[in-house]
Ligand binder design. Structure first.
Ligand code: FAD
Length: 449
């Protein structure tokens, strides 16, 4: 049937990371005309993957927990099901400079962990029971959000050996925070996710999630455009001051019915500077960085779907904190040789010199696997520096994060920066932004068409 109405201007989502795609997916599902504008050549943002030696590899070690609620909903709704997700072995393997220990997550597994006393095993059991019984929000927003993780672990009675041998190496890489300064509410939430489900990676790497999400959005009638950064937001000159469109780097403009700003904290802050100064100020977040070295190996360095953590005390030098032979998980059995990620968490001095990090990896390889011909078998294929891998969440920071609404009626925010610095923080924030933006659309746009 012909109607007199032209289609409404789209609701534009700026940024095709997990937050923007999550928002766009939910909006498209509810019938909103959605257009995602992504600056990069592909979607995915910080959770993109790359290709090394013809095979997929993540741009830094990254895993998601099957217990992440919003992420699980998104994976299900884009069709990424359990058999597309490969689980890491439970727990982790830690080397403390003198020897190995494997930390399992069962009671027996924790007992066998050499840096845990019997008291630590009991304390971990008590903590696990407490976390299992508490709703996620109560964990994130309980009194513990006011203290840091290091202080919290001491207060719970964990021994220095348990903290140095397990919590610091593991949570130091999960949160890019070897000082364990993140608030303990966030630690308790992550610990529950770790205990309740499995840590997994999509079989084609994390980039698979955003590629499939973009395909689903397009199937639902939305559009995803890559390769063009939004350079500014155009506001109506009238006293309602609503957003009417965006400017692109090439000077062109696109009219919109509303906007979801999902460009990551730094870019979103710049875009909001002339739109909502208060929201922009709230995005002035301290960033934590990691550098990842990607190697192609002629032979396998380690077996299993294992995280190998460096639990040796810091000596002030450049160090590799985590090693993962990701080809044991991604497309297992495919291709020749192996692909390995070595990751160093940045200290206060910023990113390490990649050559020094490469030398630190060669030295670790000699200590961890003396028979392995690292110099001959390993080729450094890529160096990926993430200055803004995650924002820092010392106590108090999360309480001041902006929510989805801004001071402009039709501009909304999505990004891990509205919640916590994780895949779940990003995907959950997209759901919340879609809920408020969808209500705006229903009231102000659909009603007129
Ligand atoms: C190396 C690494 C490891 C990590 N490990 C984990 C992990 O194990 N578990 C976990 O839960 N989380 C992990 N994280 C965190 C997680 O990846 C992020 O929290 C999440 O991906 C953030 O998604 P986002 O959409 O909020 O932001 P981003 O991914 O930053 O997306 C923002 C997007 O906006 C685009 N953009 C920016 N400016 C513009 C503009 N002007 N116009 C158009 N587009 C623009 C960017 O190109 C980008 O694609 C890790 C992050 C990194 C970097």
């Amino acid at each position: 049937m012909m109607t007199d109405h032209a289609p409404p201007a789209p609701l534009i989502v700026i940024g095709g990371g997990l937050a923007g795609l999550s928002a766009a997916l939910r909006l498209a599902e509810s019938g909103v005309r959605v257009l995602v504008l992504e600056a990069g050549d592909e979607v995915g943002g910080r959770a993109r993957s790359m290709t090394v030696d013809g095979e997929p590899l993540d741009r830094g070690f990254q895993s998601l927990f099957t217990a992440y609620p919003a992420t699980s909903r998104m994976l299900r709704d884009i069709g990424l099901v359990r058999h597309d997700l490969v689980a890491f072995d439970r727990g982790a393997v830690v080397h403390d400079g003198s020897g190995w220990s494997r930390m399992g997550m069962s009671a027996g597994g924790t007992l066998g962990f050499r840096w845990f006393t019997r008291g630590d095993v009991l304390r971990l059991g008590r903590l696990a029971a407490e976390l299992a019984a508490a709703p996620d929000d109560a964990l994130l927003w309980g009194d513990e959000a006011a203290e840091d993780t290091a202080g919290y672990l001491v207060r719970r009675g964990f021994s220095a050996r348990a903290i140095e041998g397990f919590f610091r190496p593991l949570f130091g890489v999960i949160t890019a925070d070897r000082g364990l300064q993140s608030d303990a509410g966030y630690f308790r939430f992550l610990m529950k996710m770790l205990l309740r489900g499995r840590a997994v990676v999509p079989v084609e790497g994390h980039g698979m999630i955003s590629r499939w999400a973009a395909a689903r959005i397009e199937q639902l009638g939305g559009e995803v455009r890559t390769g063009g950064a939004v350079s500014g937001i155009r506001l109506a000159p009238d006293d309602r001051g609503l957003a009417t469109g965006v400017r692109l780097g090439d000077g062109s403009e696109i009219t919109c019915a509303g906007l979801v700003v999902a460009g990551g904290a730094r870019a979103s802050r710049a875009l909001l500077a002339d739109v909502d100064r208060q929201a922009a100020r709230a995005l002035d977040l301290e960033a934590r960085g990691v550098t990842a070295l990607a190697y192609a190996l002629d032979a396998s360095f380690h077996s299993g779907r294992t995280l190998v953590l460096n639990g040796a005390p810091a000596d002030g030098g450049v160090r590799v904190d985590l090693v993962c032979q990701e080809s044991n998980l991604l497309r297992p059995g495919m291709g020749e040789g192996a692909r390995l990620l070595a990751v160093g968490v940045h200290g206060d001095d910023g990113p390490p010199d990649p050559e020094q990090l490469d030398r630190a990896m060669a030295k670790l390889a000699g200590e961890w696997n003396p028979g392995f011909p690292w110099q001959r078998a390993a080729r450094l294929e890529a160096v990926v520096v993430h200055d803004d891998a995650q924002f820092a969440v010392p106590p108090g920071v999360r309480a001041d994060l902006p929510d989805a609404a801004t001071g402009v009626g039709n501009v909304f925010l999505a990004g891990d920066f509205t919640a916590h610095p994780s895949v779940e923080g990003a995907v959950g924030s997209g759901e919340r932004a879609a809920a408020v933006a969808g209500r705006w659309w229903d009231t102000h746009v659909s009603a007129g068409h």
